[in-house]
Every structure is written in structure tokens, then in C-alpha cells.
Design a protein around this ligand. Structure first.
Ligand code: URA
Length: 403
């Protein structure tokens, strides 16, 4: 495996041969020893950053991705305000889930690209940085992920776990909290699969000397009310100003507590959120990368509402359907090279658990072009369920998995 991955990155092993192996792994899995060697070989394909000079305990968070998942925008500055250093290398969105870099690029002037030295400098000055991973980190993952994408081998637990963990371990963080999302808007729709993915990643992190734990969190309904790049930045800033939605605040604080625990920092993140220190770190982080934290964000040209079909309790407003609608409105991309709209997206005007009247607007669609509304409406067909009973309440933080 060590030879194979190194030779694949050098171009000596053909895609056809690697595809055959990926397909075998997809069907047969990898045993723990094989997965350990596979992941170590992926890490060794590039550089491993040394963050020992940062001067504070490093701790990062990785989310397996969900619709409207804007937690990183609040969490990184919040943990920095409590004394941690958060080196967050993030990605762009593909398909119906968004990417943190696309969200931040809605801020005029903000740039995602930093050299490793530039990233470390921001981390030292501010305590947090969110930027794109450079080409030198786990290059095997870049090649393997592209091949998995076109060979139908993405959805394999050992391949997902090694892909995520190779990048996070190469990034150099000393501790890592995984937010493994479960539900219709997530990669993993079944709790058993999410648990297995979380356990697999926690073991890989611990084996490589990174203190790692995972929270399984719900993703049947997006956190907060906004889905879309600029809309999610606005909602995150509202949380940092103390006026954010309760569910988003609850999950963010749970992840912050877990990160601080792993980093050995005794601080209450709720205090740093309430007294404005987290907001101040956020503003500094944005400004370091050329962004203007006071600039107004792009606004959509067109908006339209989707109404409740009848009166009653709103039982379900499917996260995946809303994610697909936001994507069709322009907030996401179908191919890696596509541009995204900063302003497009979907706002929840009512959320599951609230009472609605027949014809009451429950979603607001935003787009730059009226022609995109029809596709979004089609994606939402059947996504709204209204009934006589309120939906059963589900915990936001479902389970914690540690090493
Ligand atoms: N995210 C990754 O980085 N890799 C995967 O395989 C899946 C999600």
C-alpha cells in the first residue's frame, strides 16, 4: 500500500489499476491494520505542517457536511477567543451541501488562498484561520478523491475516513473534534453508519497522535434559518452578536466545549460569545485575509415564497430538498470549476415544530435570475409535511464518541 499510493501520486500507477483497487475496497472494506497503513501513506504523500511555533494549543473541527452548516464561521473565532489556536483548512461545496470557503467568499475582498507560512502567521496573530488547503497537503487525497468521484466509490467508510483524516492530520493540529452529521441533509442518513464512520476516524486520529473525539449531530433540519453563502455569513454574524438562532448556538457551544476539553483549556465559550470577544476575533480573522467585515453583502435580485399546503403542525421540511433547491438557485455547483452565487439561497420562515396556517409562507427562495425559481420549486415538491401532531423532538447533539 505504501508503494502503491506513492507510485500513484508520481503517475506510475494508472487510474484504471487504482480504480480496480478502489472498487475492491468499496465492496470489501479495509481491516484496521490496512486502513492505518493506507491513511499513513496518504499523509506521507505530502508535507505535514508543524504548528509547534504557534504558541497556544492547536485544535480543529471537521464537519462531515450538511445543508446550511455554518458552524465553522462562529466556532473558529469562539475557540480562539477562549485561548485555542484553530487551523481550519476548509473546502468548497459540491452538490447539495455547501462549503465554508464559498460562504466566506461572499464577503467583499476575502481571499481563501494562503501559503503555509501565511496561514501560520494569521494563526499566531488572531488565534484562528480558515483557508484553502495548499497543493502540498495530502496530494494523494486530491487524486484519489477525483478518481472516486468518477468511479462511484465515494461512499465507502474506510475511503471517506482516510480521506478526511489524512488532510486533518497533515494540517498539523494537535487535537481534532469531528462533527459527524446524521440525517436527510447529511452524507450519512443512518445513525449506525454515522457511528461507524465516527469511530473509524477517532481511531485513525489517535493512532497518528492527534487527540480526537466526535459528536454525532442531527441534520434532518438545517441549523438556523439560512441556507446559501451570504445568507449564512449574515446568520453567523448574528450569532456572534448574541442574536442567533438557539439550535445553531447550542451545537456551536457543544463543539466548542469539546474542542476546549481536548485542548486542555478551562474556559466557558458561552461567556466569550456573550461578551463580544468571539465577534472581535471573527472581525480580525476576516480582515487578515483582505475581507471587509463591515461591507454589505450581495443581495439577490429575485425572491419568492413557498407556502404551507394546509394548516397544522409543520412536521418536516426536508433538509436535502432544501439543499438541492439552494443549489439550483445558484448557491452551489455541479462541477468543481463552476462559479457560485453569493446571494442565492433559501430562508426558513417557519421550522419543523412550529404551527402554520394554510398558505402561510414557510420558505423564501432567493436567486439572481427568475428563471432559476422553477427548478428550486420542483426540488421542494413533497418536502413540506404538515400534520395534526407536532413532530417528535429530536436531540441536536446525539452522542459523543471518544478514543
Ligand atoms: N469529505 C472528504 O474530504 N472526503 C470524502 O471522502 C468525503 C467527504
Amino acid at each position: 500500500m505504501r508503494w502503491l499510493i506513492a507510485a500513484y501520486v508520481r503517475g506510475e500507477v494508472a487510474d484504471e489499476q487504482m480504480s480496480a483497487l478502489l472498487m475492491a475496497i468499496f465492496f470489501r472494506g479495509l481491516d484496521p491494520g490496512e486502513l492505518r497503513v493506507w491513511t499513513a501513506a496518504m499523509i506521507a504523500s505530502g508535507e505535514r505542517l508543524d504548528l509547534s511555533g504557534v504558541g497556544r494549543p492547536t485544535v480543529d473541527k471537521h464537519s462531515t457536511g450538511g445543508v446550511g452548516d455554518k458552524v465553522s464561521l462562529v466556532l473558529a473565532p469562539l475557540v480562539a477567543a477562549c485561548g485555542g489556536a484553530v487551523p481550519q483548512l476548509s473546502g468548497r461545496g459540491l452538490g447539495h451541501t455547501g462549503g465554508t470557503l464559498d460562504k466566506l467568499e461572499a464577503i467583499p475582498g476575502w481571499r481563501a488562498a494562503l501559503s503555509p507560512a501565511g496561514m501560520i502567521a494569521v494563526l499566531r496573530r488572531v488565534g484562528c484561520v480558515i483557508c484553502a488547503a495548499g497543493p502540498g497537503l495530502a496530494p494523494a487525497d486530491r487524486k484519489l478523491y477525483a478518481l472516486r468521484d468518477v468511479t462511484g466509490t465515494v461512499e465507502s467508510i474506510p475511503l471517506i475516513a482516510s480521506s478526511i483524516m489524512s488532510k486533518k492530520i497533515a494540517e498539523g493540529t494537535a487535537a481534532l473534534v469531528l462533527d459527524v452529521k446524521v440525517g436527510s441533509g447529511a452524507f450519512m442518513t443512518r445513525i449506525d453508519d454515522a457511528r461507524e464512520l465516527a469511530r473509524t476516524m477517532v481511531v485513525l486520529g489517535e493512532e497518528q497522535g492527534v487527540r480526537t473525539s466526535a459528536l454525532l449531530t442531527g441534520m434532518d433540519v438545517p441549523l438556523g434559518r439560512a441556507v446559501g453563502n451570504a445568507l449564512e455569513v449574515e446568520e453567523s454574524v448574528a450569532v456572534l452578536r448574541g442574536a442567533g438562532p438557539a439550535d445553531l448556538v447550542e451545537v456551536t457551544l457543544a463543539l466548542a466545549r469539546e474542542m476546549l476539553r481536548l485542548a486542555g483549556i478551562d474556559a466557558d465559550p458561552a461567556v466569550a460569545l456573550a461578551d463580544g470577544r468571539a465577534l472581535e476575533r471573527y472581525r480580525a480573522m476576516i480582515a487578515e485575509q483582505g475581507g471587509d467585515p463591515d461591507a454589505s453583502l450581495p443581495r439577490a435580485e429575485v425572491s419568492a415564497v413557498v407556502a404551507a399546503p394546509e394548516a397544522g403542525w409543520l412536521r418536516r421540511l426536508d433538509a436535502r430538498a432544501v439543499g438541492v433547491a439552494a443549489w439550483r438557485l445558484g448557491a452551489g455547483r455541479a462541477r468543481k470549476e463552476d462559479p457560485v452565487s453569493a446571494a442565492a439561497g433559501v430562508l426558513y420562515l417557519a421550522k419543523p415544530g412550529e404551527r402554520v396556517e394554510a398558505g402561510q409562507p414557510v420558505l423564501e427562495l432567493r436567486a439572481d435570475d427568475e428563471a432559476l425559481l422553477a427548478g428550486a420549486r420542483a426540488a421542494l415538491a413533497g418536502a413540506i409535511e404538515v400534520g395534526d401532531e407536532p413532530p417528535p423532538s429530536a436531540p441536536l447533539v446525539i452522542e459523543r464518541i471518544s478514543g
